[in-house]
Design a protein around this ligand. Structure first.
Ligand code: PMP
Length: 455
């Protein structure tokens, strides 16, 4: 135990306090100067805090927040246990700051194969605390005061505050829905970028565009044509692309996930972000990564080493082993990256059926954990309040969790303040859930349907 030499600290403080004038500096004195840094202005509210609390308080079935309630695959759990309790006790200590060597090596091999280029594990890959930290590193590393960053709406909500914290200006461009002609259910593929509108957002102030395909919350998987449109604009205006591809394996109906970094002229200006949380259904492990050219990643390393520095070694070791297995089984039916989307597609279809039964109009997602449904037919349950500050979908989601015990997230949460009310009659459900959870949701929806139809 450490001991102070000489009189005790308490004795010292008592002596100081009794000396003339000291009492005015007592511990009671409140600070009067503002403590909040300017960069936090306007970003202190967060929808998740409110909706996670509501779900915990009222929901019997939580299809709100995006995480699976089923376990990660057996091979991954076993790899974690082996890493934790095996003989290599060094796995309990710090590892290489920019990524545990076995993990960066296998990621370089894996993504090198997918991108068709040789990747150097030490310079072309960096491991992060989930994809969240990868995003944070990108904005801090690339965005200067006044730089503009284009964000496609609807967007994973942290992009906007992260750009602002870096001093940048988010510039929003919405995906625009086009109703299918034949009366079919809408698909996430029916939400398009308007090429002229997108082009109008690029200027000499544009530093980067954030792309998220497959997209949270819509489940849209950007087509090659759409990616080429974005790529051409990036090249023309010399703009970076921060490509959030955390749902890369979760694509349905035979759709293909295309990596924008593989398109002409894009490797050199793209950072691709991935997540073991989504790849292996282990969101709590918080292992993410970035892949890109050293000329970009060297700046991410600077942010990383001066903030987080190091990510949990045991989790990295287990993820490395998971990727080793997936590399060996690549494209084979036993591969988790083949099996998981198959299972999730079935869960998606169940939820589509259940929501349709109660009168919601689901937008069929081409990928991700999420499904967005149109709730505009529910005004008899939750009436419109003209001129309300709160978007309709937010009031609806709160009403639904309190009255029906079913939690979902309003789509308006994925839009900037100015556009929230243009897209305020949709809610997002997460279908990456156990069969029993989806069945319980179906029971709620069926009961709701009976209540609606009984006189
Ligand atoms: N990007 C997107 C689009 C996401 O949906 C999420 C998680 N919901 C993240 C990044 C963060 O991923 P991680 O849990 O690996 O930090």
């Amino acid at each position: 135990m450490l001991r102070r030499a000489g009189p005790s600290l308490r004795h010292f403080l008592l002596e100081r306090k009794s000396s003339a004038g000291y009492s005015s500096y007592s511990s009671e004195a409140k600070m009067s100067r503002p403590v909040q840094a300017r960069r936090l202005e306007g970003i202190d509210k967060n929808i998740w805090v409110e909706f996670v609390k509501l779900a915990a308080t009222y929901s019997t079935v939580n299809l709100g927040q995006g995480f699976p309630d089923f376990p990660p695959p057996d091979f991954l759990q076993k790899a974690f246990v082996r890493a934790l309790s095996g003989e290599n006790h060094m796995l309990h200590q710090y590892t290489r700051a920019f990524g545990h060597p076995p993990l960066v090596k296998i990621l370089a091999q894996f993504f090198g194969k997918l991108l068709g280029r040789d990747l150097d594990p030490m310079t072309n890959v960096m491991v992060t605390v989930g994809a969240y930290q990868a995003l944070f590193c990108c904005f801090q590393a690339f965005v200067d005061e006044g730089d503009e960053v284009i964000i496609i709406e609807p967007f994973f909500d942290c992009y906007e505050p992260m750009v602002k914290m870096a001093g940048g200006m988010p510039v929003f461009v919405p995906l625009r829905p086009k109703a299918p002609k034949d009366g079919k259910l809408m698909s996430s593929a029916d939400w398009h970028l308007d090429p002229a509108e997108l082009a109008s957002k690029f200027s000499e102030r544009t530093k980067a565009i954030v792309l998220n395909s497959p997209n949270n919350p819509l489940g849209k998987v950007f087509s090659r044509g759409e990616l080429e449109l974005i790529a051409d604009l990036c090249v023309k205006h010399d703009v970076l692309c921060i490509s959030d591809e955390v749902y890369e394996w979760l694509v349905y109906d035979g759709k293909e996930h295309i990596r924008i970094a593989s398109l002409q002229g894009m490797w050199d200006r793209t950072v691709t972000i991935g997540s073991a949380g989504k790849s292996f259904s282990a969101t709590g492990w918080k292992v993410g990564w970035t892949v890109g050219p050293n000329r970009l990643l060297q700046h991410l390393r600077t942010v990383h080493q001066n903030s987080v520095y190091h990510c949990a070694t045991v989790a990295q070791e287990a993820v490395a082993q998971g990727f080793q297995r997936e590399l060996e089984l690549y494209g084979k039916p036993e591969s988790y990256f083949i099996q998981l989307p198959k299972e999730l597609q079935q869960k998606r279809d169940w939820l589509v059926q259940s929501l349709g039964a109660v009168g919601m109009k689901p937008i069929i997602p081409e990928g991700t954990y999420f499904l967005v449904a149109d709730i505009s037919e529910f005004k008899s349950d939750v009436p419109d309040v003209p001129d309300s500050d709160e978007p309709y979908d937010s009031r609806f989601a709160k009403w639904m969790v309190k009255n029906k015990g079913l939690a979902a997230i309003p789509l308006s949460a994925f839009y900037c303040g100015a556009h929230k009310n243009n897209y305020n009659h949709f809610i997002r459900f997460c279908f990456a859930k156990e069969e029993a959870t989806l069945k319980a949701a179906n029971d709620i929806l069926q009961k709701w349907k009976r209540e609606k139809t009984s006189p």
